[in-house]
Design a protein around this ligand. Structure first.
Ligand SMILES: [Zn+2]
Length: 208
């Protein structure tokens, strides 16, 4: 527990829970703090971190996790695969300057706005969009936080490919995993997605 802030009120409370996910009890680091929404993330190494506003009902939070079980398991697997060196690389990437971020958003937001209506039709709220310098990925989606993160590098790949990444991340709000339905949905709205994906992989190979 820590006390910070002007009024000196208790602002952070940490707990460790064990929640039944993927046929086993998994450790979940839970942080209660002054915030408005619940945030869920899986950190490199595969640990589950959940932050929630003070006094959020435990049963409700466990249900929240259960609902995202598939996504959590996928993320854990993914995060466990990231080698330590990738993590170090990601850490050492300098953050974007305000100007760079503004420019990147000016380019990428219209792409989000172009594709968002497709998922909005299925009831997905407009996500927050952030741009970051990412070393190993083109984008990511945090379903729990209603956020998509796009890599700055998308400014330097063909626009078709950037659009694919944007639409891919938006589609995760409907299908958190990469199952058949996920790709069926993408193909329905972007029939040439495979070519775009292939082109991106090619670029990534050349980059490495
Ligand atoms: Zn994906």
């Amino acid at each position: 527990m820590a006390t910070i802030g002007r009024c000196g009120q208790k602002t952070v409370k940490n707990e460790e829970w064990h929640v039944w996910l993927g046929n086993q009890f998994r450790s979940v680091q839970v942080t209660f703090k002054h915030m408005k929404t619940v945030r869920l993330r899986i950190v490199i190494g595969g640990q589950i971190r959940l932050s929630a506003p003070h006094r959020t009902n435990r049963e409700w939070l466990e249900h929240f996790l259960k609902e995202r079980e598939q996504w959590i398991l996928e993320q854990i697997e993914k995060m466990q695969r990231i080698p330590h060196t990738e993590m170090e690389k990601a850490k050492s990437m300098p953050p974007l300057t305000t100007k760079e971020r503004r420019e990147a958003l000016a380019y990428l937001l219209p792409l989000v706005e172009k594709w968002y209506p497709v998922v909005a039709f299925h009831g997905v709220p407009m996500p927050h969009v952030t741009v970051r310098r990412m070393s190993s990925r083109y984008g990511s989606c945090s379903v729990g936080r209603g956020r998509i993160t796009l890599a700055e590098i998308l400014l330097h790949v063909p626009k078709d490919c950037a659009e694919y990444v944007v639409f891919h991340e938006l589609t995760h709000f409907l299908y958190p995993n990469h199952g058949k339905e996920f790709y069926r949905f993408i193909e329905k709205h972007m029939p040439d997605y495979r070519q775009r994906e292939k082109q991106l992989r090619q670029i990534n190979k050349n980059k490495a």
